[in-house]
Design a protein around this ligand. Structure first.
Ligand code: 13P
Length: 254
């Protein structure tokens, strides 16, 4: 059985006051919840606040981006090694990093390695553009992105989480149908099984992301290969995010 995992990707949102209020609301509102892992990914300036407020709580801290070198003359960047102690999870391969900032599969692979080397837990995001889906290329894109990211790894890292986030569903209110999300998440698992071992892939947690809300989480969570959600917009609202976490815990309870 896979423990479901929910991530709240705040992207470049929140003032410090908003962040503090959200962190306290999540810490308190999720204090009694078991059966699900929860992580928030606040903007980097609020990481210290997040780790202070969430220490000892049910909510882990994640970061949205790292650079692959451990240190050096890389103005504006932060290394995975610098985040040890402040964060547990790191997002890598998010579509905004790929499509707004031009990150390549090779960049994603280097970042993923550095996250693993630092002992942090990567959340690898993959997903197709609308035109790629229209062209019937979804599975090719997922395979290319997974192969690109996982190249050179002999074993499937047990800490790895993969987030399937179709780009056309991100921030658009156009959630993938439960059937399409299930098909892609199952495909991710079988591609990982082909690359590593079936047993390892059966333990891999695959999240769905893209316009997840308290209203649509139930049908998504009912899908057998969806083990959690990566939430953008709805993670900025404590009530909505808590409702999503509770729905996942309930859906996956044994
Ligand atoms: P939305 O939930 O706002 O569509 O964002 C999804 C996302 O990109 C999470 O990483």
């Amino acid at each position: 059985m896979r423990t479901p995992i929910v991530g709240g990707n705040w992207k470049m949102h929140t003032t410090r006051a908003e962040a503090l209020a959200l962190l306290v609301a999540l810490r308190d509102g999720l204090a009694d919840l078991g059966g699900v892992e929860v992580a928030v990914f606040p903007p980097a300036p609020w990481l210290g606040d997040a780790s202070n407020i969430l220490e000892g709580s049910n909510v882990a801290v994640g970061v949205q981006n790292v650079y692959w070198e451990p240190r050096g003359a890389f103005t504006g960047e932060q290394s995975a090694a610098m985040l040890v102690g402040a964060a547990r999870h790191v997002l890598v391969g998010h579509s905004e990093r790929r499509h707004v900032f031009g990150e390549t599969d090779a960049d994603v692979s280097r970042k993923l390695r550095s996250i693993l080397d630092a002992g942090l837990h990567p959340v690898l995001a993959v997903g197709e553009l609308q035109e790629e889906r229209d062209a019937g290329a979804t599975m090719d894109v997922l395979r290319r992105q997974l192969d690109g990211a996982l190249t050179g790894l002999d074993e499937l890292p047990t800490t790895l989480v993969v987030a399937y986030e179709p780009v056309w569903a991100i921030g658009t209110g156009r959630t993938a149908t439960p059937e399409a999300a299930q098909e892609a998440c199952a495909a991710v698992r079988s591609m990982v099984a082909e690359r590593f071992e079936a047993a390892a892939a059966s333990g891999l947690r695959v999240q769905y992301g893209g316009s997840v809300t308290p209203q649509n989480i139930e049908v998504l969570a009912a899908q057998p290969d969806i083990d959690g959600a990566l939430v953008g917009g709805a993670s900025l609202n404590a009530e909505a995010f808590i409702a999503i976490c509770r729905a996942l815990a309930a859906a996956k309870r044994i």
